[in-house]
Write a protein that binds this ligand. Sequence first.
Ligand SMILES: Cc1ncc(COP(=O)(O)O)c(C=O)c1O
Length: 385
Amino acid sequence: MTDVIYPPRDGGPTADRPLLLTPGPLSTTDSVKQAMLKDWGSWDAPFRDMNADIRARLEAIAAGGDRLTAIPLQGSGTFVVEAMLGTFVPRDGSVLMLTNGAYGDRAIKICERMGRDVNVYRTAENTPPDPAEVERLLQAGTFSHLFVVHCETTSGIRNPVEEIAAVTARHGVGLLIDAMSAFGALTLDGAALGYTALAASANKCLEGVPGMGFVLADKQALRKAENNAHSVSLDLHEQWAYMEKTRQWRFTPPTHVLAAFHIALQEHAAEGGVSGRGARYAANCRHLVTGMRTLGFETFLSDENQAPIIVAFHAPQDPSYDFTTFYDKLAARGYVIYPGKLTQVETFRVGCIGAMGPADIDGVVEAVADVLGDMGVQNRRPHAA
Ligand SMILES: Cc1ncc(COP(=O)(O)O)c(C=O)c1O
């Protein structure tokens, strides 16, 4: 493996070789992509060794000592969240679900569909949940679990998972975290937080390719979760028990995705692990927010709530602005952004994660300035609420 240098591309992005400013799929290094050129027999010892090493590396990143085990699973992030909720929340369990965006809402839908008892604590899309209110709700009700999204990718907000973990620990309530867009870049101390399980994906801050996710689970809670799951393919207890026994996946493993993920994890370690990766994303975010503010844009979130993962910007009020034209013109220059996903205000989003550095972000801001010039967008202030 070679050292990773950002930006890893020769020359700038082009329409054919774009930079993805979207938080999954996201841009990956050439070495990650090249790892997929080999076919693997899933029962081969080298494949099983690689799988074991991937699990060990995930456990090391989680920093939970011997308490946590990593269980990889086929599918996109939602499959893994559904597997986590279905495996850990017993059929007669009751979950307090915290939401301030689309991914919290999706988890609520999952629990409702599974027929679990769901109780919702909702805050506005720009407002983190208040740990004091969580304390009050846990005192007032009887809950087996609490669910929270670490970084709600809808807005890019960072939710106060550490403070919430302290509350759930005091009440003996199992903590389930969707850390999809945070794991690997935002610190989450697996030993100190004592969560029951955390779900994340290969294709976010760990910079692998899409196709699989994983859950880091408390082994004791996992043993107790046998037969909870509503689904065969999403039963994490079975996936874990089978993998422990055979070092193999229960059903066809995403071999090429795993090979790419193995390299991505080595590159994560070479960059300095969570702190190194987090520092690069923080620099990306600073360059992005500063550059866009210089162009006249406003961020949806206040700086104190903003995670360095994805930034939502208010759409400009200028009548010449139209998202589709803006998107297409940026994509033609090799920069792929993300539409907004907020319910009340029109925004667009730009990701800070993936195989890119601050120099790439400066390129994005330059391209935005060019495109707005082309479109004749003068007024970049948001629409009045
Ligand atoms: C916080 C969070 N949870 C869940 C998901 C769902 O993942 P997927 O779209 O891969 O199913 C995402 C996707 O971006 C996410 O950001």
